[in-house]
Design a protein. Sequence first.
Length: 335
Amino acid sequence: MPLPEGALILSSQQLEQTCSGGWQRQLRGMALLGLQQAMAERQVDLPLGPELDPEDPSRLLSLNGFAVQLAITGLSSDHVSVELAPWRLAGSAPQLLLVAAVDGENSVVHFPGVLTGAEFLQAMGSSWETDGAFDLDLAVVQGGVDRLLVLVQVMEPQALPRLALRASPPGQVGVKMIDWLSGRIDSALAGLGAELVPVTAGVFRSGGLAGSTTAEERALAILAIPLGLAGDQLVYGDQVARCIERFRLLLIASGGTRPEALLLRLVPDLAGDLLPDGLEITAQQGSLRQSVSSADSLDLQLSFPASTDLIDVALRSGQNEALILPTLQFPDSAA
């Protein structure tokens, strides 16, 4: 079979650098070597990450500050399976989708092309309801690796938005905030180390005065998730104890007898400290998208009114992999 134009043949010396894990990790390792070779041939020197476990198929690449999803297919295939998990939330959505066609037995890598996030969602059409993965026709993927390198060199990262699939598909269920009032924490949140803070203690720590209307003083429930930075990657749970930079995400449900508003607050672990620069919270509630990032900040805040729309939240440090919270749900007005 003739090789596609622009196909790259990896040397045995390069192949010694590929990981020794499963077949999918090896194919991804070959694709990464092919990308590095393509840049070297064009004398393009761009930062390529992540540094930690780049062969993990679930991780996004970071190329010159752009979040890139790498989808792998066979050399003779006319379709590629694109994992949709990163596209469920704007905070974790790729800016670019790069397709790599890999012949593992003959060590050949070819890049059919790249799509921006908007182009990929347009190609999906109404198929956002698809679970797991989407079968993308390679006929819509064009430009080869050259288009990728042009995009990441000519454009600024903020010029390409992180676009998510429809936020709340029909029938999707989120973590019910009303459960917090009775002391119940969903297992997904508990897995992040979340704990309920006694409301009176929350008021005391907020330093509020009598008659103040701060969210903590009107809180029905406060959930605290301890977080930290290991290098520049967000961590949670037991790993936080080993971090120098520590902070907490407070989920503050307020209202009358039931949650009528939700406030997200990212605060330093020690009162009066500044948050590390470059932290970002991104949230999607229906069609409303909010984002806030730290720069000499004492805290970060996002607020949400009661709604039937579910709330998706992601936290990120710089261009690293986002920490995705379980989807949150206000009580049903009829409940």
